[in-house]
Design a protein around this ligand. Structure first.
Ligand SMILES: *Cc1c(COP(=O)(O)O)cnc(C)c1O
Length: 361
Protein backbone atom coordinates (compact mmCIF):
# COMPACT_ATOMS: atom_id res chain seq x y z
CA UNK A 1 0.00 0.00 0.00
CA UNK A 2 1.24 3.49 -0.84
CA UNK A 3 1.75 5.76 2.14
CA UNK A 4 0.39 9.28 2.20
CA UNK A 5 3.12 11.93 2.03
CA UNK A 6 3.84 13.57 5.37
CA UNK A 7 3.29 17.04 3.87
CA UNK A 8 0.64 16.68 1.14
CA UNK A 9 0.43 20.00 -0.74
CA UNK A 10 -0.56 18.96 -4.24
CA UNK A 11 -3.22 21.29 -5.72
CA UNK A 12 -5.78 18.49 -5.61
CA UNK A 13 -6.79 15.85 -4.86
CA UNK A 14 -6.28 17.07 -1.28
CA UNK A 15 -6.17 15.13 1.97
CA UNK A 16 -9.66 13.89 2.88
CA UNK A 17 -10.90 14.23 6.50
CA UNK A 18 -11.71 11.04 8.46
CA UNK A 19 -15.38 12.01 8.83
CA UNK A 20 -15.78 12.20 5.05
CA UNK A 21 -14.07 8.84 4.58
CA UNK A 22 -16.24 7.29 7.30
CA UNK A 23 -19.47 8.47 5.65
CA UNK A 24 -18.32 6.97 2.34
CA UNK A 25 -17.24 3.71 3.94
CA UNK A 26 -20.70 2.63 5.10
CA UNK A 27 -23.12 0.42 3.21
CA UNK A 28 -26.13 2.07 1.53
CA UNK A 29 -29.19 0.78 -0.29
CA UNK A 30 -29.50 1.21 -4.05
CA UNK A 31 -30.30 4.85 -4.92
CA UNK A 32 -32.77 3.48 -7.48
CA UNK A 33 -34.89 1.75 -4.84
CA UNK A 34 -34.76 4.03 -1.87
CA UNK A 35 -36.30 7.48 -1.71
CA UNK A 36 -33.77 8.51 0.93
CA UNK A 37 -31.22 9.09 -1.81
CA UNK A 38 -33.32 11.90 -3.31
CA UNK A 39 -33.69 13.53 0.09
CA UNK A 40 -29.91 13.42 0.52
CA UNK A 41 -29.30 14.72 -3.02
CA UNK A 42 -31.69 17.66 -2.50
CA UNK A 43 -30.01 18.44 0.83
CA UNK A 44 -26.53 18.45 -0.74
CA UNK A 45 -27.87 20.73 -3.48
CA UNK A 46 -28.94 23.20 -0.77
CA UNK A 47 -25.54 23.02 0.95
CA UNK A 48 -23.83 23.67 -2.38
CA UNK A 49 -26.15 26.60 -3.10
CA UNK A 50 -24.97 28.22 0.13
CA UNK A 51 -21.33 27.52 -0.69
CA UNK A 52 -21.70 28.85 -4.24
CA UNK A 53 -24.09 31.70 -3.32
CA UNK A 54 -26.67 30.86 -5.93
CA UNK A 55 -30.46 30.55 -6.00
CA UNK A 56 -30.19 27.80 -8.61
CA UNK A 57 -29.92 24.16 -7.60
CA UNK A 58 -26.79 22.56 -9.08
CA UNK A 59 -26.53 19.23 -10.84
CA UNK A 60 -24.26 16.75 -9.08
CA UNK A 61 -22.88 14.25 -11.56
CA UNK A 62 -20.77 11.12 -11.20
CA UNK A 63 -17.21 11.63 -12.40
CA UNK A 64 -14.11 13.71 -11.72
CA UNK A 65 -14.42 17.50 -12.26
CA UNK A 66 -13.62 17.17 -15.98
CA UNK A 67 -17.03 15.53 -16.37
CA UNK A 68 -18.71 18.90 -15.80
CA UNK A 69 -16.26 20.82 -17.99
CA UNK A 70 -17.13 18.53 -20.92
CA UNK A 71 -20.75 17.98 -19.92
CA UNK A 72 -21.54 21.68 -19.59
CA UNK A 73 -19.76 22.64 -22.84
CA UNK A 74 -21.42 19.86 -24.86
CA UNK A 75 -24.81 20.68 -23.35
CA UNK A 76 -24.86 24.38 -24.31
CA UNK A 77 -22.85 24.63 -27.56
CA UNK A 78 -24.43 23.99 -30.95
CA UNK A 79 -22.20 23.87 -34.05
CA UNK A 80 -21.61 27.36 -35.45
CA UNK A 81 -22.15 29.11 -32.09
CA UNK A 82 -19.72 31.90 -31.25
CA UNK A 83 -17.68 31.19 -28.11
CA UNK A 84 -15.40 33.75 -26.46
CA UNK A 85 -12.76 32.07 -24.27
CA UNK A 86 -11.08 34.37 -21.74
CA UNK A 87 -7.80 32.78 -20.76
CA UNK A 88 -4.96 33.15 -18.30
CA UNK A 89 -3.52 29.68 -18.72
CA UNK A 90 -3.99 26.04 -19.61
CA UNK A 91 -7.58 25.54 -18.44
CA UNK A 92 -8.68 28.80 -20.08
CA UNK A 93 -7.09 27.72 -23.37
CA UNK A 94 -8.62 24.27 -22.91
CA UNK A 95 -12.13 25.73 -23.17
CA UNK A 96 -11.23 27.26 -26.55
CA UNK A 97 -10.00 23.84 -27.75
CA UNK A 98 -13.12 22.09 -26.48
CA UNK A 99 -15.41 24.64 -28.15
CA UNK A 100 -13.53 24.27 -31.46
CA UNK A 101 -13.91 20.51 -31.19
CA UNK A 102 -17.67 21.02 -30.81
CA UNK A 103 -17.83 23.02 -34.04
CA UNK A 104 -18.06 26.48 -32.50
CA UNK A 105 -16.58 29.64 -33.96
CA UNK A 106 -14.06 30.50 -31.26
CA UNK A 107 -12.29 33.68 -30.27
CA UNK A 108 -9.53 33.14 -27.71
CA UNK A 109 -8.72 36.28 -25.72
CA UNK A 110 -5.52 35.42 -23.87
CA UNK A 111 -4.01 37.55 -21.12
CA UNK A 112 -0.91 35.34 -20.79
CA UNK A 113 0.03 32.92 -18.03
CA UNK A 114 1.15 35.55 -15.52
CA UNK A 115 -1.71 38.06 -15.53
CA UNK A 116 -5.42 38.14 -14.77
CA UNK A 117 -8.42 38.83 -17.02
CA UNK A 118 -8.97 42.53 -17.71
CA UNK A 119 -12.76 43.06 -17.40
CA UNK A 120 -12.70 46.05 -19.78
CA UNK A 121 -10.97 44.08 -22.53
CA UNK A 122 -13.36 41.19 -21.96
CA UNK A 123 -16.31 43.55 -22.30
CA UNK A 124 -14.89 45.10 -25.50
CA UNK A 125 -14.36 41.66 -27.04
CA UNK A 126 -17.90 40.61 -26.11
CA UNK A 127 -19.37 43.77 -27.66
CA UNK A 128 -17.43 43.16 -30.85
CA UNK A 129 -17.90 39.36 -31.17
CA UNK A 130 -21.43 38.90 -29.71
CA UNK A 131 -20.76 35.38 -28.39
CA UNK A 132 -23.47 32.91 -27.38
CA UNK A 133 -21.10 31.66 -24.67
CA UNK A 134 -18.22 33.22 -22.72
CA UNK A 135 -15.88 30.93 -20.76
CA UNK A 136 -13.46 31.81 -17.96
CA UNK A 137 -11.58 30.19 -15.09
CA UNK A 138 -11.66 31.59 -11.54
CA UNK A 139 -8.49 30.07 -10.09
CA UNK A 140 -6.29 29.15 -13.05
CA UNK A 141 -4.43 26.53 -11.04
CA UNK A 142 -1.49 25.89 -13.43
CA UNK A 143 -0.63 29.63 -13.36
CA UNK A 144 -1.57 30.17 -9.70
CA UNK A 145 -3.69 33.24 -10.53
CA UNK A 146 -7.16 34.16 -9.31
CA UNK A 147 -9.27 36.05 -11.84
CA UNK A 148 -11.62 38.93 -10.92
CA UNK A 149 -14.67 36.95 -12.02
CA UNK A 150 -17.23 39.18 -10.31
CA UNK A 151 -16.00 42.24 -12.27
CA UNK A 152 -15.75 40.23 -15.50
CA UNK A 153 -19.31 38.89 -15.08
CA UNK A 154 -20.71 42.35 -14.41
CA UNK A 155 -18.83 43.82 -17.40
CA UNK A 156 -20.19 41.07 -19.68
CA UNK A 157 -23.68 41.62 -18.31
CA UNK A 158 -23.53 45.27 -19.46
CA UNK A 159 -23.19 43.94 -23.02
CA UNK A 160 -26.08 41.52 -22.57
CA UNK A 161 -24.08 38.68 -24.17
CA UNK A 162 -24.88 34.98 -24.03
CA UNK A 163 -24.20 32.53 -21.25
CA UNK A 164 -21.26 32.95 -18.87
CA UNK A 165 -19.53 29.70 -17.90
CA UNK A 166 -16.92 29.71 -15.13
CA UNK A 167 -14.62 26.94 -13.95
CA UNK A 168 -14.37 27.48 -10.19
CA UNK A 169 -13.08 23.97 -9.49
CA UNK A 170 -10.01 25.17 -7.58
CA UNK A 171 -11.51 28.17 -5.79
CA UNK A 172 -15.05 27.74 -4.44
CA UNK A 173 -14.84 27.06 -0.72
CA UNK A 174 -11.38 28.68 -0.55
CA UNK A 175 -11.90 32.08 -2.19
CA UNK A 176 -15.05 34.22 -2.24
CA UNK A 177 -17.22 33.89 -5.32
CA UNK A 178 -20.88 34.88 -5.41
CA UNK A 179 -22.17 32.97 -8.42
CA UNK A 180 -25.39 34.96 -8.87
CA UNK A 181 -23.82 38.38 -8.24
CA UNK A 182 -21.14 37.51 -10.80
CA UNK A 183 -23.94 36.68 -13.29
CA UNK A 184 -22.58 33.19 -13.86
CA UNK A 185 -24.92 30.86 -15.76
CA UNK A 186 -22.88 27.70 -15.43
CA UNK A 187 -20.49 27.45 -12.48
CA UNK A 188 -18.34 24.32 -12.46
CA UNK A 189 -17.02 22.73 -9.32
CA UNK A 190 -15.21 19.55 -8.33
CA UNK A 191 -14.99 17.78 -5.00
CA UNK A 192 -11.24 17.15 -4.63
CA UNK A 193 -9.99 20.72 -4.19
CA UNK A 194 -11.38 23.15 -1.60
CA UNK A 195 -14.26 20.81 -0.61
CA UNK A 196 -11.74 18.16 0.53
CA UNK A 197 -13.64 15.10 -0.74
CA UNK A 198 -12.33 12.42 -3.11
CA UNK A 199 -12.30 13.11 -6.88
CA UNK A 200 -15.47 11.46 -8.07
CA UNK A 201 -18.27 14.00 -8.39
CA UNK A 202 -18.73 16.99 -10.69
CA UNK A 203 -20.99 19.88 -9.75
CA UNK A 204 -22.51 22.53 -12.00
CA UNK A 205 -24.94 25.29 -11.10
CA UNK A 206 -27.30 26.07 -13.97
CA UNK A 207 -29.25 29.32 -14.37
CA UNK A 208 -32.79 29.24 -15.83
CA UNK A 209 -31.58 30.69 -19.13
CA UNK A 210 -28.80 28.08 -19.28
CA UNK A 211 -31.45 25.34 -18.80
CA UNK A 212 -33.24 26.89 -21.78
CA UNK A 213 -30.10 26.48 -23.88
CA UNK A 214 -29.59 22.93 -22.58
CA UNK A 215 -33.11 22.03 -23.78
CA UNK A 216 -32.52 23.63 -27.17
CA UNK A 217 -29.12 22.00 -27.79
CA UNK A 218 -30.55 18.64 -26.56
CA UNK A 219 -27.15 16.97 -26.22
CA UNK A 220 -27.39 13.33 -25.13
CA UNK A 221 -24.60 11.36 -23.49
CA UNK A 222 -23.28 10.10 -20.19
CA UNK A 223 -22.13 13.62 -19.27
CA UNK A 224 -25.30 15.39 -20.53
CA UNK A 225 -26.84 18.00 -18.22
CA UNK A 226 -30.40 17.63 -19.51
CA UNK A 227 -31.52 14.66 -17.33
CA UNK A 228 -30.53 16.56 -14.18
CA UNK A 229 -33.02 19.39 -14.66
CA UNK A 230 -35.92 17.39 -13.23
CA UNK A 231 -34.07 14.46 -11.68
CA UNK A 232 -35.30 15.03 -8.11
CA UNK A 233 -38.85 15.89 -9.14
CA UNK A 234 -39.11 12.87 -11.44
CA UNK A 235 -37.22 10.58 -9.05
CA UNK A 236 -34.98 9.57 -11.94
CA UNK A 237 -31.26 9.90 -12.57
CA UNK A 238 -29.73 8.89 -15.92
CA UNK A 239 -27.66 6.23 -14.13
CA UNK A 240 -27.29 4.62 -10.74
CA UNK A 241 -25.79 7.42 -8.66
CA UNK A 242 -23.23 6.92 -5.90
CA UNK A 243 -24.82 7.14 -2.46
CA UNK A 244 -21.35 6.64 -0.98
CA UNK A 245 -19.84 9.60 -2.80
CA UNK A 246 -22.83 11.83 -2.05
CA UNK A 247 -22.83 10.91 1.65
CA UNK A 248 -19.14 11.88 1.77
CA UNK A 249 -19.83 15.17 0.01
CA UNK A 250 -22.63 15.93 2.46
CA UNK A 251 -20.16 15.68 5.34
CA UNK A 252 -17.51 17.68 3.47
CA UNK A 253 -20.00 20.51 2.83
CA UNK A 254 -21.20 20.37 6.43
CA UNK A 255 -17.63 20.72 7.76
CA UNK A 256 -17.10 23.77 5.55
CA UNK A 257 -20.42 25.39 6.48
CA UNK A 258 -19.85 24.74 10.18
CA UNK A 259 -16.46 26.43 9.99
CA UNK A 260 -18.21 29.26 8.13
CA UNK A 261 -17.23 30.50 4.69
CA UNK A 262 -15.63 33.78 5.89
CA UNK A 263 -13.44 31.81 8.34
CA UNK A 264 -12.49 29.34 5.61
CA UNK A 265 -11.55 32.17 3.24
CA UNK A 266 -9.38 33.74 5.95
CA UNK A 267 -7.70 30.40 6.63
CA UNK A 268 -6.83 30.15 2.93
CA UNK A 269 -5.55 33.75 2.86
CA UNK A 270 -3.31 33.12 5.87
CA UNK A 271 -1.85 29.91 4.41
CA UNK A 272 -1.26 31.66 1.06
CA UNK A 273 0.38 34.71 2.65
CA UNK A 274 2.67 32.48 4.69
CA UNK A 275 3.58 30.46 1.60
CA UNK A 276 4.42 33.57 -0.45
CA UNK A 277 6.42 35.12 2.38
CA UNK A 278 8.46 31.98 3.07
CA UNK A 279 9.02 31.49 -0.67
CA UNK A 280 10.26 35.04 -1.09
CA UNK A 281 12.65 34.61 1.86
CA UNK A 282 14.08 31.58 0.05
CA UNK A 283 14.59 33.64 -3.11
CA UNK A 284 11.75 31.87 -4.95
CA UNK A 285 10.10 34.04 -7.57
CA UNK A 286 6.32 34.15 -7.69
CA UNK A 287 4.99 32.97 -11.08
CA UNK A 288 2.12 35.50 -11.33
CA UNK A 289 3.42 38.94 -12.37
CA UNK A 290 1.92 40.62 -9.31
CA UNK A 291 1.39 39.26 -5.80
CA UNK A 292 -2.21 40.50 -5.97
CA UNK A 293 -2.93 38.09 -8.83
CA UNK A 294 -1.89 35.11 -6.73
CA UNK A 295 -4.67 32.74 -5.67
CA UNK A 296 -5.38 32.13 -1.97
CA UNK A 297 -5.79 28.44 -2.85
CA UNK A 298 -2.61 27.75 -4.83
CA UNK A 299 0.80 29.43 -5.00
CA UNK A 300 2.91 28.99 -8.14
CA UNK A 301 6.64 29.68 -7.95
CA UNK A 302 9.07 29.67 -10.86
CA UNK A 303 11.33 26.63 -10.88
CA UNK A 304 14.77 28.04 -9.91
CA UNK A 305 17.21 27.87 -12.82
CA UNK A 306 19.86 25.86 -10.99
CA UNK A 307 17.32 23.18 -9.91
CA UNK A 308 15.65 21.35 -12.82
CA UNK A 309 12.15 20.27 -11.83
CA UNK A 310 12.48 16.45 -12.01
CA UNK A 311 15.35 16.35 -9.49
CA UNK A 312 13.81 19.08 -7.32
CA UNK A 313 10.50 17.21 -7.18
CA UNK A 314 12.29 13.95 -6.33
CA UNK A 315 14.17 15.63 -3.48
CA UNK A 316 10.97 17.15 -2.09
CA UNK A 317 9.18 13.81 -2.21
CA UNK A 318 12.07 11.95 -0.63
CA UNK A 319 11.59 14.27 2.34
CA UNK A 320 7.84 13.79 2.43
CA UNK A 321 6.72 16.95 0.61
CA UNK A 322 4.36 16.50 -2.34
CA UNK A 323 3.70 19.62 -4.43
CA UNK A 324 2.43 19.98 -8.00
CA UNK A 325 4.60 20.20 -11.09
CA UNK A 326 3.04 21.38 -14.32
CA UNK A 327 2.26 20.20 -17.85
CA UNK A 328 1.94 21.45 -21.39
CA UNK A 329 3.85 24.68 -22.08
CA UNK A 330 4.26 25.23 -18.32
CA UNK A 331 6.02 21.89 -17.69
CA UNK A 332 9.26 22.52 -15.78
CA UNK A 333 8.56 26.28 -15.61
CA UNK A 334 6.74 26.51 -12.30
CA UNK A 335 5.68 24.36 -9.40
CA UNK A 336 2.49 24.73 -7.38
CA UNK A 337 1.81 24.52 -3.68
CA UNK A 338 -1.84 23.59 -3.17
CA UNK A 339 -2.92 25.12 0.14
CA UNK A 340 -6.61 24.44 -0.46
CA UNK A 341 -9.27 22.66 1.57
CA UNK A 342 -7.70 20.67 4.41
CA UNK A 343 -4.27 21.77 3.16
CA UNK A 344 -4.98 25.47 3.83
CA UNK A 345 -3.15 24.98 7.09
CA UNK A 346 -0.37 27.32 8.22
CA UNK A 347 1.43 24.60 10.20
CA UNK A 348 1.43 22.24 7.24
CA UNK A 349 2.62 24.95 4.83
CA UNK A 350 5.29 26.10 7.27
CA UNK A 351 6.61 22.56 7.79
CA UNK A 352 6.72 21.98 4.03
CA UNK A 353 8.54 25.30 3.48
CA UNK A 354 11.16 24.21 6.05
CA UNK A 355 11.80 21.11 3.93
CA UNK A 356 11.85 23.13 0.71
CA UNK A 357 14.39 25.49 2.34
CA UNK A 358 16.59 22.54 3.25
CA UNK A 359 16.52 21.25 -0.34
CA UNK A 360 17.21 24.66 -1.93
CA UNK A 361 20.07 25.50 0.42
C1 LIG B 1 -8.25 20.54 -10.85
C2 LIG B 1 -8.93 21.39 -11.85
C3 LIG B 1 -9.82 20.83 -12.77
C4 LIG B 1 -10.04 19.35 -12.86
O1 LIG B 1 -8.93 18.88 -13.56
P1 LIG B 1 -8.06 17.62 -13.17
O2 LIG B 1 -6.73 17.91 -13.81
O3 LIG B 1 -8.73 16.46 -13.80
O4 LIG B 1 -7.98 17.52 -11.68
C5 LIG B 1 -10.47 21.70 -13.62
N1 LIG B 1 -10.25 23.03 -13.59
C6 LIG B 1 -9.38 23.59 -12.72
C7 LIG B 1 -9.17 25.07 -12.75
C8 LIG B 1 -8.69 22.79 -11.83
O5 LIG B 1 -7.82 23.33 -10.97
Amino acid sequence: MTEQYRFPLVPGPVRVPEQVLAARGRDYPSPDLDDGFFTLYAHVQQQLQQIMATRHAPAVMLGEAMVVLWGAMKSVIAPGDRVLALSTGLFGDGFADMARGLGAEVRLLSFGDHATIDPQRAEDAARDFRPQLVTAVHCETPSGVLNPIQEVGQALHRQDVGLFLVDAVASIGGAPLDVDAARIDLCLLGTQKCLSAPPDLGIVSVSPRAWGTVRRVAYQGYDALAPFERAVEQRLFPYTHSWHALAGLEVACRLLLEEGLPAAFERHERAAALCRRRGSELGLELFPADEHYSSPTCTAFRVPERHPWPSLSAQFRERGVAVGGNYGRLAGKNFRIGHMGTQADEQLVSAAMDVIAEVLR
